[in-house]
Design a protein around this ligand. Structure first.
Ligand code: V47
Ligand code: SF4
Length: 374
């Protein structure tokens, strides 16, 4: 399939050469890839890059998501999960006991990772989160705490009137080891202003990620796509992540998140660049793999992509499936059709059926030896 002449006929000869030689693609190269209608040609290039990095390994994690509240001061227009106030119907806020109970492994197998995120609650103090993490680590010492997006960290800093660096230091001191990649949305200021005007800015998001990496807290990064952004906005977003990664090497994984439209306040134009189709999702995943040459992993997040498209995405540059999840609200409130949970055998079967070798990993992508089946 990887035939130089074929790519030359598509007008992608120099991009082909760069990918084969492991050279960095420019933003202009990214534009040409987005303009290419031959989705198989894109997929084959991304698959080549993915295979060079990971062979036929596809990663998954025994994890649980915990959303501590859906009350959020930001009211992003795309978000179907957010509630304005504690008193509003459907609003919730977990206690620390609730969180500890949720992490109780029913079958005796502790989670390798807990992924904790929530809305930017107007009142919850930093001490609540410090105590929550300390109690999780005391109760489940083997579970890695991957918690709080850069947006939440910026919010805690504002509430406490301290710096984001101090927030990170305090959370690290009680056991925060890694951070999820949410809240990045799209960095381009004109679009960010339209879809999430109250949220931390792009520069703030990137600064908090840089600070976390400096403290040795690794993190993920995301891009929300398929809304008001242009193809150039997507490429600008990838480029900003790539530049920060050159500085810090602290990002483990990139997660392209296709915008799910149910219960959203965001009005989309009829005609927009990068149509919201399965092919656009695959193209964006493939181009992410090719552009983000310094970020080790690309996630096919089965919750938002759906299991079947996530399986196909493994042939378009993705090498990670995320995990068992157990309970998911953000995507499901927005219309995700996937189940809430997957078991280890289900994840492994879906990876094997796609032609890959399943590798159970922890939050740092280190292989975990299965102690028993869950
Ligand atoms: O930041 C919100 C997105 C993110 C919608 O780091 C939506 O391992 C689509 O970041 N349609 C949270 N997306 C989820 C997230 C994540 C998930 C799994 C793993 C990791 C990781 C990170 O979800 C938000 C926002 O970008 N989001 N609403 C929506 N309607
Ligand atoms: Fe709040 Fe996050 Fe929803 Fe924005 S996306 S309203 S920050 S919960």
């Amino acid at each position: 399939m990887l035939d130089a002449g074929y790519y030359a006929r598509l007008g992608l000869g120099s991009i082909f050469e760069k990918v084969m030689n492991g050279e960095r693609l420019s933003i202009e190269d990214g534009r040409e890839l987005f303009a290419c209608e031959d989705i198989n040609a894109l997929g084959a290039l991304a698959h080549h890059a993915r295979t060079r990095m990971h062979g036929d390994s596809t990663y998954y994690v025994l994890n649980r998501h915990v959303n501590y509240t859906n009350v959020c001061v930001n009211a992003c227009l795309f978000c179907a999960y957010q509630k304005e106030k504690d008193e509003q119907e459907g609003a919730f806020r977990l206690s620390i006991d609730d969180i500890i109970t949720k992490l109780d492994p029913k079958d005796g197998l502790p989670y390798d990772e807990v992924h904790i995120v929530g809305g930017c609650h107007p009142k919850l103090p930093l001490s609540f989160f410090e105590e929550a993490i300390a109690r999780i680590k005391a109760t489940y010492p083997e579970t890695i705490v991957k918690a709080f997006t850069a947006v939440e960290i910026a919010h805690f800093a504002k509430l406490e009137n301290i710096s984001t660096l101090e927030v990170l230091e305090r959370l690290k001191a009680v056991g925060l080891e890694a951070m999820p990649g949410g809240g990045a949305e799209i960095f381009a200021p004109e679009v960010r202003e339209k879809i999430c005007p109250r949220k931390a800015t792009a520069d703030e998001w990137l600064r908090v990620a840089r600070e976390a990496h400096t403290l040795g807290i690794t993190s993920n990064c995301t891009m929300l796509f398929g809304h008001l952004e242009s193809i150039d906005d997507r490429l600008d977003h990838l480029d900003r992540l790539r530049k920060l990664q050159d500085e810090t090497a602290g990002f483990s994984c990139f997660i392209p998140l296709p915008f799910l439209t149910e219960n959203s306040m965001l009005e989309l134009p009829e005609e927009r660049e990068g149509k919201h189709t399965g092919l656009d999702k695959l193209r964006t995943i493939a181009i992410s793999r090719l552009m983000l040459d310094n970020i080790p992993h690309i996630k096919a997040y089965w919750v938002m992509l759906g299991v079947k498209l996530a399986q196909v995405a493994l042939h378009f540059g993705a090498d990670d499936m995320d995990g068992t999840i157990v309970e998911e609200k953000i995507g499901h409130d927005a219309g995700a059709q996937s189940d809430q949970a997957m078991t280890i055998p289900q994840l492994e079967e879906m990876i094997v059926r796609s032609g890959f070798n399943p590798v159970r990993r922890n939050s740092f992508f280190k292989p975990v030896n299965a102690k028993q089946e869950a």
